[in-house]
Design a protein around this ligand. Structure first.
Ligand SMILES: NC(=O)c1ccc[n+]([C@@H]2O[C@H](COP(=O)([O-])OP(=O)(O)OC[C@H]3O[C@@H](n4cnc5c(N)ncnc54)[C@H](O)[C@@H]3O)[C@@H](O)[C@H]2O)c1
Length: 89
């Protein structure tokens, strides 16, 4: 399965990325912050890191079109009421 994790470089998202990669999924992380918590994953063949904001609609739409599942860390969407409507399951 292909999974997009917005805020995937944060506390919850990095653990989600670990778990999805561990079970063999392909993971796309969209995060505008530092990569400290995912530095151990950055060379992983199934990990794609996009350094941008989830409020960049062009980037977000392109990523959503490529995945089967979108998960959003609470803090990465805290300032938006529209991002939840863009999430697909
Ligand atoms: N050790 C602990 O127990 C611990 C540590 C950290 C957080 N927490 C808890 O976890 C919960 C939140 O975790 P989290 O993972 O959501 O928070 P987080 O702050 O760890 O991660 C949020 C991520 O979202 C990214 N982000 C923010 N706005 C964004 C945007 N517009 N576009 C793209 N990326 C964006 C940030 O760069 C960050 O990497 C809270 O309840 C917090 O108290 C617990």
């Amino acid at each position: 399965m292909k999974v997009l994790i917005t805020g995937g470089a944060g506390f919850l998202g990095s653990h989600l990325a670990d778990a999805f990669l561990e079970r063999g999924d392909e993971v796309f992380i969209l995060d505008r912050g530092p990569t400290l918590k995912i530095r151990h994953l950055l060379g992983h063949h199934a990990l794609h890191f996009v350094h941008d904001s989830l409020f960049n609609e062009t980037i977000l739409d392109g990523l959503i079109a490529r995945v089967d599942l979108v998960t959003t860390s609470p803090r990465s969407s805290a300032s938006s009421t529209t991002s939840a409507t863009r999430t697909k399951c």
